[in-house]
Design a protein around this ligand. Sequence first.
Ligand SMILES: Cc1cc2nc3c(=O)[nH]c(=O)nc-3n(C[C@H](O)[C@H](O)[C@H](O)COP(=O)(O)OP(=O)(O)OC[C@H]3O[C@@H](n4cnc5c(N)ncnc54)[C@H](O)[C@@H]3O)c2cc1C
Ligand SMILES: NC(=O)c1ccc[n+]([C@@H]2O[C@H](COP(=O)([O-])OP(=O)(O)OC[C@H]3O[C@@H](n4cnc5c(N)ncnc54)[C@H](O)[C@@H]3O)[C@@H](O)[C@H]2O)c1
Ligand code: SF4
Ligand code: FES
Length: 827
Amino acid sequence: MKKKLVMIGNGMAGVSFVEQLLKLNPNRYDITIIGAEPHPNYNRIMLSSVLAGDANMQDIVLNDWNWYSSNHIELHAGQTVTRIDTAARLVTTNQGLEVAYDELVLATGSLPFMLPLPGADKEGVIAFRDIKDCETMIETAKSYKKAVVIGGGLLGLEAARGLLNLNMEVSVVHIHNYLMERQLDLTAARMLQAELESQGMKFLLEKHSDSIIGRKRVAGLKFKDGTHVEADLIVMAVGIRPNVQLAKDSGIEVNRGIVVDDQMRTSIPNVYAVGECAEHRGIAYGLVAPLYEQGAVLAKSLAGVENEGYQGSVVSTKLKVSGVNVFSAGIFTDEPGTKALRVQDELDGIYKKVVFRDGKVVGSVLFGDTADGSRLFSLIRSGEDFSGREKEVLFGAGGGSSSASNEDLVAAMSGDEIVCGCNGVTKDTIVESITENGCVSLNEIKACTKASASCGGCKPLVEAILTATLGADNVQTVKEGICGCTRHTRDEVVEAIKRMRLTTSKEVMHVMEWDNPEGCSKCRPALNYYLGMVWPEEHDDELESRFVNERNHANIQKDGTFSVVPRIYGGVTTPDDLQKIASVAQKYQVPLVKITGGQRIDLLGVKKEDLPQMWKELDMPSGYAYGKALRTVKTCVGSTFCRFGTQDSIKMGIEMEKRFERLNTPAKVKLAVSGCPRNCAESTIKDLGVVAIDGGSEIYVGGNGGTRVRAAELLVKVKTDEEVLEWTAAYLQYYRETANFGERTSEWVQRVGLDTVKKALEKKEDREALVSRIDKTLGLMKDPWKQIIENDELRSAFDALTAAPERGAAAAGEPVDGKVILSDKDR
Ligand SMILES: Cc1cc2nc3c(=O)[nH]c(=O)nc-3n(C[C@H](O)[C@H](O)[C@H](O)COP(=O)(O)OP(=O)(O)OC[C@H]3O[C@@H](n4cnc5c(N)ncnc54)[C@H](O)[C@@H]3O)c2cc1C
Ligand SMILES: NC(=O)c1ccc[n+]([C@@H]2O[C@H](COP(=O)([O-])OP(=O)(O)OC[C@H]3O[C@@H](n4cnc5c(N)ncnc54)[C@H](O)[C@@H]3O)[C@@H](O)[C@H]2O)c1
Ligand code: SF4
Ligand code: FES
């Protein structure tokens, strides 16, 4: 006769354990599961996606009702176990059901912690833990406007993003002075806050909640400092507590969680615990990856398979908020005995921190670019010693890119290693989905195995397995919408703009049936760019869709002041201009005057109200140091003075800058001209760089000197200056017409391939067509500083738009005319 296995709790950890047990030994037990929720096992992680409108309830079911019956599992959903008689080996439910067991597994998960505030029992005060909470929020958003989320951790921020998508006004109340202090350091947290503010979230930091105001329903939240915030809905997301009461009442040893050994055994024979309710070596985990590892160990033990036992886990997290990339793993604070390698690129909004102890990677925080997350996490787990060569972890042995690629990583992984922590999917399962089920794209693997369906952090690894298994040529690229508001790709959007002659963002969103009719911080500036690129004459620039720096025509600094960078063509100035700059700097008490890497003069620390007057007194064009536009053309001394120079690089640089200034581009563009192959203007790390050679010039493209350094590739060798200008114009226009908004030329060239670019430009008639299109756009561009100085209407619009006090990058979240101001990730 089969033994009886009873499991209390029908959640993610428990059911994953049962699945693994069935794989190892399907006939050993008669299995009964009792679950308090009236649903089959679902993906709790994805509740954030349901709330954000990116998934529906059907999408998140992990095991449907049929799964239980076809595996001969007796499921009692909607019943709560209220008593365990460990002597008689019997469990009893709230509905009087009694079930006997030989082996009992407790998988009761956690309970959300509810702050015991006066008024916490009012209508509209909820947690965010299950389907019911999610449904309550969706319903509430239909009739109420103001939401307050208490807790600026992972859950609170994901709840806040979802509520914003439901068109609620959202304030996040956090007890600390920075967000996600359990996962991030101050720098990353500040960058995150600025980004979320730009999405429309408001933050009340260092606030201690005191009581909940309102009659029957919540009306607001009062703080200990006497202030308050209005609220129609309060979501508490201040942490979780392992659900241990039942175990405690049954005489099972309980600390914070149910105490278990390496085999997941509790203090009572034949009773085990797995998941968030369990405490192993003093740790109760709150993320699924370790819970799946626990389940795998327990499954082996109960299937009679020898195993080493559960040894504890290092955890990594990724915030599931669209448009924000945040990763954290291991020890990320600066503890004694640790040293950190930090890279911060304020220009592209990227921050990377890797923490070492004794030469080994023990933790990491990534913001903006999380592509290294899987690799760093793997290094934390492997404990590889990098003593004396720590920098290789981020910059690789040659100082360029990082050491092991994702391809190397997956090659070194064993088949039973978990690739997708959120869904417990192993490398073998992914490989099988490709070789046996015929999956040829990331989306198909996602649908087949659920890998990459939750936080998306494992995407690069899943893609690497796909490429390694099928070969790069056989992988199907997946169609991805330009943001969460639409399923339409960039190409479909641009094609529709052209075909239907759409000239405003509203039209595009309406005609293409945007899921979110207001758009978001990702699609609104992108649409504004595409519309301007396709219809330079017909489209009116939508100022409110521009990033905050572009609206101010100046770069906002972290203290809320601005920087002013006048145009200095080719980096060549005159005594007159220098005198003007000096007297303006003196008059307005500019605290810092700095020469930039692009050979310009930067006046830093300017008050917003001084901007127009300073521009007027400078009487120089804007240097566009803030825009997705042509920034600078850097030049070397060239043949005029340099004894090596073969060409007049200064003349060419100035000519180029005069020709292409004010050009809107998908991302910032930097050019350079060097007078000989010694390349003093660093032309080979620019978006386009010219290097003079004997009898002509070489044109290099797709270079980048930022965080992801990339050497430019040779596009063409030409003989005359006219050809240099023609190729440059054609190249820039081709980039404008085919790149994704926000994509630097270095990324674009890699994505489309240099050969494609060469092919598009090789015929003279094609180049001429591109040149005529770029010239049409250039002919319409006006200097923004001059316009604001000379045109009263524009000046009032500027004053009104910038009237709200800016608080450094944080100001980006303030609404203007009911719209969200976008922050600038592209200083
Ligand atoms: C919105 C949200 C987003 C999340 N996102 C992530 C993420 O991105 N990444 C990540 O790793 N983790 C995430 N988590 C955490 C993750 O969902 C949990 O770690 C995981 O679900 C825990 O699994 P579990 O089986 O231990 O507990 P649960 O999934 O909570 O399952 C326990 C079940 O037991 C039932 N139960 C309890 N007591 C009894 C009883 N006496 N009788 C019968 N049934 C009982 C409960 O009703 C519940 O259904 C998220 C959590 C939430 C709420
Ligand atoms: N993407 C993910 O991995 C993800 C997403 C959602 C939830 N989760 C998991 O779900 C669980 C619950 O998440 P969580 O964010 O509630 O837990 P948490 O403990 O990680 O964060 C709670 C936050 O609330 C703050 N807080 C505590 N008391 C407060 C108070 N009185 N006022 C204001 N703020 C207060 C804390 O400082 C903390 O930052 C965690 O285990 C988490 O890891 C993970
Ligand atoms: S690149 Fe050549 S021409 Fe230009 S400054 Fe350097 S050595 Fe002189
Ligand atoms: S690790 Fe989160 S979806 Fe795979």
